[in-house]
Design a protein around this ligand. Structure first.
Ligand code: FRU
Length: 709
């Protein structure tokens, strides 16, 4: 009894001491060090846990405390975020930070910490502001000598940086932040100076995600698409590495883990079992100090030709562009755990032409000649290079294509090459080469064109002139999924729902989304009676979309004329997440169509313009349009064949609009930014009465409303 009491007693004392010790370590040590107290209780030091972070300064107090401040740039104490007339500052932790924009860019000054002892191999801090090495800097001073220095990157978003300070362990040092710059970007932002065992990851994506995932409007902000893919937070552009493997569709994408504008390009990652419900996964290929991970593709190496497979399972191989200023090369990375983690190939790059503009490899297995084929772009020369390989590591040039098509337009990017069936001609197939151009496309800004012809495993030969893939302004860099099962047999692609020219709209905390996945085929049609029939690329939304069907309403569209007439009641449509199917018959009217009215003077129009011979989207008064001069406008897709009637299928998803004309013969993809989600549908005809047939409105359920299964 006594013994057991003694034991409990000792246990309690032991536990108390343990907590007391760790309290000392986690609280007192940082505080003491931060105050610049150089020598420590030796016992405490012995207990010092090498993995524990030591905070030198978090700038959460009202004043700078023991730091010595000179000049006006630093203000009376740490700034509470963004200062007057400054662009939004982000990426700092807590409420306070050093921000030398006090009084604007012209003020100067310095802030010097008390002495502290280096006890960890790394000194890390969050840094933002101007890039002027000599004038704007955070410096490490050892015996009054500058031994380390860092500057900003002309960005108001603070990112982690760190120095290896292992040679100073046990020595007293100081940190100085200086601002001697008076012109544009003449300020520096610093937060969270810490001592740590390992460099913190460059971005604080984890905590951004944690905060976002706890929010009430998670994946449900007013402009957030509900049945299209978007990333939870931050900027995305091109789809990358689309591949089907072990029951999952992978959707990698260009992603900035550090913020909501283009930068730090990495491969973000999501998977789905139905191409609609996506599960967001951690970054697959992060940018590092040596290169950014630009666009590329993925294959399943079924026969382990690369030798990267493990335990008899085929690896996933990513082939992507490693980008660094002045040089773009093709790299490999492989995964043996269903794309969750990736290893870079030791002998990267696998292709290096010493070119600054050589990018976006699409790789596929060419069964007829039994080899891997890569199509990749020499962007400025407007040349697609075809390579062949046995093992994905050694590549030999096969042939080149281009310049061709819209050859006076700048930059060829993101090519894709695949074989498609011709509708109505059993067994007939043709090859399609798709190419994107950075500017000068049909509706302005960036866009895609395609060639139809033959590919014999070595060379692509086009049979007809180039055509536009999409007649809207917001369809770019599509690539198609590889490795769909033979039992499926579809060729499906997805594009970035944006345009480089007008991608600047800030939705927050996310920016950018993908189009609806589309099934591709070819159809032989003539533009009009005079023209010979050519192959048109047909794009249809995946049938899986029907699974999201909500309520459906038949619209009363009798005797349509001018002015536009409401065909739904106020409050009847509560959200901009629906599709409309209708057949537009102009008769002798000049035009006929539908308006999505989202305000007194705010509407987006989808119509058939008989004289111009095409279906158009007019977003001139669609809501937020002035953020970019090139945004407002009307985009028209010419219709083929008879002009008597045109069928349209319109997908509306809060800030996206896709109009599929005549069963996918042409498409208009446009973003729009309405100021309300309450919409009234109106129908109109220009100058004569016209008719709209079989008009139905079908609500589409959100894919974010239920958990991924
Ligand atoms: C196309 C593109 C690609 C490049 C990527 C970089 O949109 O410019 O050529 O790989 O974006 O994010």
């Amino acid at each position: 009894m006594f013994l057991s009491l003694l034991f409990v007693h000792l246990l309690l004392i032991g536990t108390a001491m343990f907590y007391f010790n760790s309290l000392l370590r986690s609280f007192c040590l940082p505080v003491l060090v931060a105050l610049g107290v150089p020598s420590m209780d030796p016992e405490l030091l012995a207990e010092d846990d090498a993995d524990e972070i030591i905070v030198i300064a978090d700038f959460e107090a009202e004043s700078y405390g023991a730091w010595s401040i000179r000049g006006d740039a630093f203000g009376k104490g740490p700034a509470l975020g963004t200062l007057d007339k400054q662009m939004q500052v982000s990426g700092f932790q807590g409420k306070g930070l050093v921000n030398t924009f006090h009084g604007g860019d012209k003020t100067i000054g310095s802030a010097t910490s008390p002495l502290f002892v280096i006890r960890r191999p790394r000194l890390a801090f969050l840094i933002g502001g101007g890039r002027q090495k000599d004038l704007l800097a955070i410096q490490l001073l050892h015996k009054n000598r500058i031994v380390r220095t860092a500057t900003g990157a002309d960005s108001e978003h603070l990112l982690w940086a760190s120095w290896d300070v292992s040679e100073f362990i046990g020595e007293s040092v100081q940190v100085r932040i200086k601002d001697e710059a008076t012109g544009g970007w003449g300020h520096i932002c610093i937060d969270q100076i810490i001592q740590t065992a390992a460099p913190p990851s460059r971005y604080d994506l984890e905590s951004t995600l944690d905060k976002y995932r706890a929010q009430k409007d998670y994946m449900n902000e007013p402009l957030r698409p509900q049945f299209h893919f978007s990333s939870e937070v931050n900027w995305i552009n091109d789809p990358n590495g689309l591949v089907y493997h072990a029951g999952e569709y992978h959707l990698f994408h260009q992603f900035n883990p550090g913020g909501n504008s283009w930068g730090n390009m990495s491969w973000g990652h999501a998977v789905s079992r139905d191409l609609l419900h996506w599960r967001h996964l951690p970054v697959a290929l992060p940018a590092d100090d040596k290169r950014m991970a630009f666009s590329g593709s993925c294959v399943v190496d079924k026969n382990n030709s690369s030798g990267f497979g493990k335990d008899g399972h085929p690896p996933l191989i990513a082939i992507y562009t490693g980008h660094q200023p002045g040089r773009q090369v093709q790299n490999l990375a492989y995964s043996n755990d269903l794309g969750r983690t990736w290893t870079e190939y030791d002998n990267n790059p696998v292709l290096d032409l010493k070119s600054p503009d050589f990018r976006d490899p699409k790789v596929f297995w060419h069964a007829a000649t039994g080899k891997w084929v890569m199509v990749v772009s020499l962007a400025v020369e407007k040349v697609i290079v075809f390579y062949g390989s046995e093992d994905l590591k050694n590549w030999t040039e096969l042939s080149r294509f281009g310049p061709a098509g819209a050859i006076n337009k700048p930059n060829w990017e993101c090519p894709d090459l695949f074989e498609l069936p011709v509708e109505g001609e059993a067994g007939k197939k043709r090859w399609v080469l798709e190419i994107d151009m950075g500017n000068g496309a049909i509706a302005g800004g960036s866009g895609s064109e395609y060639f139809v012809g033959n590919f014999d495993g070595t060379r692509f030969q086009t049979q007809q002139h180039a055509q536009w893939v999409d007649h809207g302004r917001d369809f770019y860099a599509p690539i198609s999924w590889e490795n769909l099962p033979d039992t499926d047999g579809r060729r499906i692609w997805v594009g970035w729902f944006n345009n480089w020219q007008t991608s600047g709209i800030t939705t927050s905390p996310w920016r950018g989304c993908m189009t609806i996945p589309r099934v591709l085929s070819l159809r032989k049609v003539a533009l009009n009676d005079e023209e010979p029939a050519t192959y048109a690329l047909i794009q249809r939304p995946i049938v899986e979309l029907d699974r999201l069907k909500g309520e459906s309403v038949d619209l009363n569209t009798d005797a349509i004329s001018w002015p536009p007439r409401a065909i739904t009641r106020p409050g009847e449509i509560r959200d901009l997440t629906f599709e409309i199917r209708a057949t537009l018959k102009p008769g002798s009217a000049r035009s006929v169509g539908l308006r999505l009215r989202t305000g007194d003077d705010e509407f987006t129009e989808i119509g058939y313009d008989r004289r111009a011979g095409g279906v158009y989207v007019d977003r001139n008064r669609s809501g937020l349009v002035n953020f970019n001069n090139a945004f407002a406008g009307r985009h028209i897709a010419p219709t083929r064949g008879s002009n008597d009637s045109v069928s349209v299928r319109i997908l509306v998803d809060r800030s996206t609009l896709e109009v599929f004309v005549n069963d996918g013969e042409s498409v208009i993809s446009d973003r729009f930014f309405p100021t309300s989600r309450e919409v009234i549908l109106e129908a109109f005809a220009g100058n004569q009465t016209a008719s709209i047939h079989s008009a139905t409105l079908q609500m589409v359920n959100s894919v974010w409303s239920r958990k991924f299964e």
